[in-house]
Design a protein around this ligand. Structure first.
Ligand code: UD1
Ligand code: CA
Length: 455
């Protein structure tokens, strides 16, 4: 059977108390709905149909992936009505898996088991036993244990509320049957909604058996309804990722104080200290050490590099053996070639810094090409912006720039040139010479401090 996944994402999420549609709230740096789409993709379905409504075009705009079919549910008349909106796009002999855009921790093997049940039954539901079933729909079984129907908490009797096996909301059904059952649902219930859950009773009434799969853990059924739920799901997701990375050989000083919001690849013997945030695509070579409180965003850190505490590295490349920080900032386009030292309060942007070069304290290097073996003194900056345009600075191999130098771009400092401390360099400094613009130091003999005039 060809599989189609229908993801329900039209609800408002009132309890989030937010203007943003619920499914667009982030877990691990991306919308809840993206996580559910990834789960759907792992099943390799013939189609993924996302039912959206609340928040309008904001939802499709946030997930511009060509493998998603968007189905607008103009009025949110219930989960059954929502699924029905997607059915015209699905052929009768297909299998349909219904997921919720706000239930992001489902395991792919569990869903595969659920879909496989359709070989022997036209409908299969995913249930879980909860100690405190709260607002979830309850699974009503016959004396023999067969699934008979699902009753919503708001429609349940006192004895039905005692049942602690609940409906995760996730189900799989044969498309032709689902279409027929959905056409038979009504909204005569406590919420005046067309309930998807009613298809269970309709299937049983036709004499069909309803298969069920128990979720492997409670968390699989966890839906996000509030900011507390969002935080809980985030923690579970983070802890899973940390476990997975450690299993693959990464040393995390404390997996509870590590946040990943993207993809991390790494070689052997990498160590990450506490409170590190990884965002986007981050690649670590082998034997890389990341100190505490570092933010890594879309960057490459090569073999044997050390990033000390409190650095922010974004869209930058740190070459092998380089030492960065503490308190350094590498901005987009920073490329440290090899064995480069970047110390505290140094900012580098859109610049290549060659092998063995150093900027150890308090410097700004922007829009520059820095050669190999260059030393940049404390307080030195490239003045790359004239108020209208950006200009490049070139510093050739072996140059030594003293402290507190302003390099007014466009400007070139020659090979093995030395620039004296405190200079403002607006013209090229020739190779192998000392260039300085500092005024000569004078001492005035007999000079007296002014004194206050007597009144
Ligand atoms: C639903 C189930 C309940 C189950 C629970 C699990 C029904 C009737 N009830 O209840 O048995 O225990 O989920 O979380 O199905 N949605 C739409 N369009 C609509 C209505 C809802 O797209 O018209 C979407 C929502 O955005 C959400 C999902 O469907 O992603 C579930 O809707 P929600 O209203 O939260 O259902 P529950 O009352 O929680
Ligand atoms: Ca819900």
């Amino acid at each position: 059977m060809n599989l189609h996944v229908v993801i329900l994402a039209a609800g408002k999420g009132t309890r989030m108390r937010s203007d943003l549609p619920k499914v667009l709230h982030h877990v691990a740096g991306k919308p809840l709905l993206s996580h559910v789409c990834d789960i759907a993709r792992a099943l390799r379905p013939g189609g993924i149909h996302v039912v959206y409504g609340h928040g309008g075009d904001l939802v499709p705009a946030a997930l511009p992936h060509s493998d998603l079919s968007w189905v607008l549910q103009t009025e949110q008349l219930g989960t059954g009505h929502a699924v029905d909106q997607a059915m015209p796009g699905i052929e009768d002999d297909a299998a349909v898996l219904v997921l919720y855009g706000d239930v992001p921790l489902l395991g792919v093997p569990t869903l595969q088991t659920l879909v496989n049940k359709l070989a022997n039954a036209p409908l299969a539901i995913l249930t879980v036993a909860l100690p405190d079933p709260d607002n979830y729909g309850r699974i009503v079984r016959s004396e023999s244990g067969a699934v008979e129907r699902i009753v919503e908490a708001k429609d349940a009797s006192a004895s039905e509320l005692e049942i602690n096996e609940i409906n995760s909301g996730i189900l799989a059904g044969r498309a032709g049957d689902l279409k027929r059952w959905l056409a038979g649902t009504s909204n005569e219930n406590a919420q005046s909604e067309y309930y998807l859950t009613d298809v269970v009773e309709l299937a049983v009434a036709e004499g069909s058996s309803v298969a069920d799969v128990q979720a492997s853990s409670e968390r699989e059924a966890l839906g996000v309804n509030s900011k507390q739920d969002l935080a809980m799901v985030e923690r579970i997701f983070q802890s899973d990722e940390a476990q997975r990375l450690m299993q693959a050989g990464l040393t995390l000083r404390d997996p509870a104080r590590f946040d990943i919001r993207g993809e991390l690849t790494f070689g052997n013997d990498c160590v990450i200290d506490i409170n590190v945030i990884v965002e986007g695509k981050v690649e670590l070579g082998s034997n890389v050490s990341i100190g505490p409180n570092v933010i890594l965003r879309d960057c490459v850190i090569a073999d044997n590099a050390v990033i000390h505490a409190n650095c922010v590295i974004e869209q930058a490349t740190v070459g092998p053996g380089s030492l960065v920080g503490p308190f350094a900032r590498l901005r987009p386009g920073a490329e440290l070639v090899q064995d480069v030292h970047v110390g505290n309060f140094v900012e580098i942007k859109n610049s290549v810094v060659g092998t063995g070069s150093k900027a150890n304290h308090l410097a700004y290097v922007g829009d520059s090409d820095v050669g190999a073996g260059v030393n940049i003194g404390a307080g030195t900056i490239t003045a790359n912006y004239d108020g209208a345009n950006k200009h490049r600075t070139t510093i050739r191999d072996g140059a030594s720039i003293g402290s507190n130098v302003v390099l007014v771009a466009p400007v070139t400092v020659g090979r093995d040139a030395t620039v004296g401390a405190g200079s403002t360099i607006g013209k090229d400094a020739p190779d192998a010479q000392l260039t300085l613009t500092r005024a000569r130091q004078v001492s005035v003999k007999g000079w007296k401090r002014p004194v206050k005039k007597p009144k």
